[in-house]
Write a protein that binds this ligand. Structure first.
Ligand code: 5GP
Ligand code: ZN
Length: 116
């Protein structure tokens, strides 16, 4: 079930083009339009969920699928051994700008900690 004014639901529907790198029954992943690292992929559930705050216990499997997708994509991108980061921003103060749950996968360069 999509949300009519959600950018990522439009990508899921094929209404907005994206460089899709992974698809499963529950999730898809595509390259970020404004990459912050040589590999910057966004992994999203097919089902529209706005933020982490909207998750409930029934979504546990779905969230697990996002991490398994990250593991798979990191290997495909050749960043698994050197290292990579997965991050999910929740709401404005954390920098969330698209309100459809998404895991950032960042790799291909050394990443500092803590993030800004
Ligand atoms: P957030 O800031 O919500 O955690 O992450 C949203 C991400 O979506 C940003 O990194 C931004 O560059 C990316 N983004 C925004 N619009 C588009 C788009 O139309 N296509 C793609 N592929 N990425 C987008
Ligand atoms: Zn959506």
């Amino acid at each position: 079930m999509g949300s009519a004014d959600c950018l990522f639901c439009k990508i899921l529907a094929g209404d907005i083009p994206a460089d899709i790198v992974y698809e499963s029954e529950t999730a898809i992943a595509f390259r970020d339009i404004n990459p912050q690292a040589p590999t910057h992929v966004l992994i999203i559930p097919r089902r529209h969920i706005a933020t982490i705050n909207a998750l409930d216990a029934d979504d546990a499997h779905l969230v697990g699928d996002l991490f398994l997708a990250a593991k798979h994509i990191a290997r495909e991108e050749g960043v698994a051994e050197r290292g990579y980061r997965v991050a999910m921003n929740c709401n404005a103060a954390a920098g969330q700008t698209v309100f459809h749950l998404h895991l950032h996968l960042l790799g291909g360069r050394d990443l500092s900690w803590p993030p800004g």
